[in-house]
Design a protein around this ligand. Structure first.
Ligand code: DX5
Ligand code: ZN
Length: 246
């Protein structure tokens, strides 16, 4: 598997002190910051948009190496994900991770991909994200079978290939939910076929659930409440990393 990457979800941070919370989290040993963007439409909750990402990016550090330390991993739980690619690039997002379900259901007239082609629409969105200089991730909800990803991952061209797959281990929308071990066969199936792929898991990850996720082959670990709810967040980040590296 590729290296362990710990990406605390700032959804559980103190939004009144968000810049400071992000700086502290990096100091505690985080690799990436997982930034949950919700529009109250794709998911039944709202967070924030590009203006706030711009400001926390300014506080934390300018973008560095692609997928390197301090990567802003923007998890776009939004409808019509193609509409916000440029704004998030300007805000300093490094990795734009959209939902498969949102990409295939896009209805906007200005969509840059052919919405009639359910198989290739996500591929065209990935190409668009890459053309603006960001890495591209594709996320699937618990109700979406992993099989939808095979034609996307099989693409010949690097421009069209996702840099990461996110397997949701809760229903997207809220922090603090219970881990769904039922989603791990998706991770195992992805890892069996793609030994070098970045595979992210998100939802309910903690010291209690990390071993199962790591055994299945996940290497990018999101944790919100487990990190921000801890007395010693650095210790939690270290333990999550050790479990993946074991
Ligand atoms: C849920 C978000 C997650 C969330 C995880 O929709 O995508 O990133 O913050 O929170 P925990 O780790 O508390 O389950
Ligand atoms: Zn998330």
């Amino acid at each position: 598997s590729p290296p362990a990457i710990i990406a605390p979800s700032i959804l559980s941070a103190d939004f009144g002190n968000l810049g400071k919370a992000c700086i502290d989290t990096m100091d505690h040993g985080a690799d990436w910051l997982h930034v949950d963007i919700m529009d109250g439409h794709f998911v039944p909750n709202m967070t924030f948009g590009a203006p706030i990402v711009t400001k926390i990016r300014e506080r934390v550090a300018p973008p560095g190496q692609p997928l390197g330390k301090g990567t802003f991993d923007c998890h776009m739980m939004i409808a019509e994900p193609h509409r916000w690619v440029k704004d998030f690039k300007s805000a300093g997002c490094d990795l734009y991770c959209f939902h498969y379900e949102a990409a295939i259901n896009s209805t906007a007239a200005e969509t840059p991909f052919d919405k009639s082609d359910e198989r290739t629409s996500p591929i065209k969105l990935i190409r668009y994200i890459h053309s603006l200089g960001m890495k591209a991730g594709i996320a699937i909800k618990p109700s979406t079978p992993v099989d939808v990803l095979w034609p996307i991952l099989a693409t010949e061209s690097a421009d069209e290939r996702p840099d990461m797959v996110l397997v949701m281990t809760v229903e997207p929308g809220f922090g603090g939910q219970s881990f769904m071990a039922s989603e791990l066969p998706k991770v195992s199936a992805l890892r069996a076929r793609y030994p070098d792929l970045n595979i992210e898991v998100d939802g309910g990850l903690s010291e209690k659930t990390i071993d199962q996720a790591a055994d299945a082959g996940a290497n990018v670990i999101v944790a919100g409440s487990a990190v921000f709810g801890a007395k010693d967040p650095a210790e939690v980040i270290r333990k999550l990393r050790e479990a993946v590296e074991r």
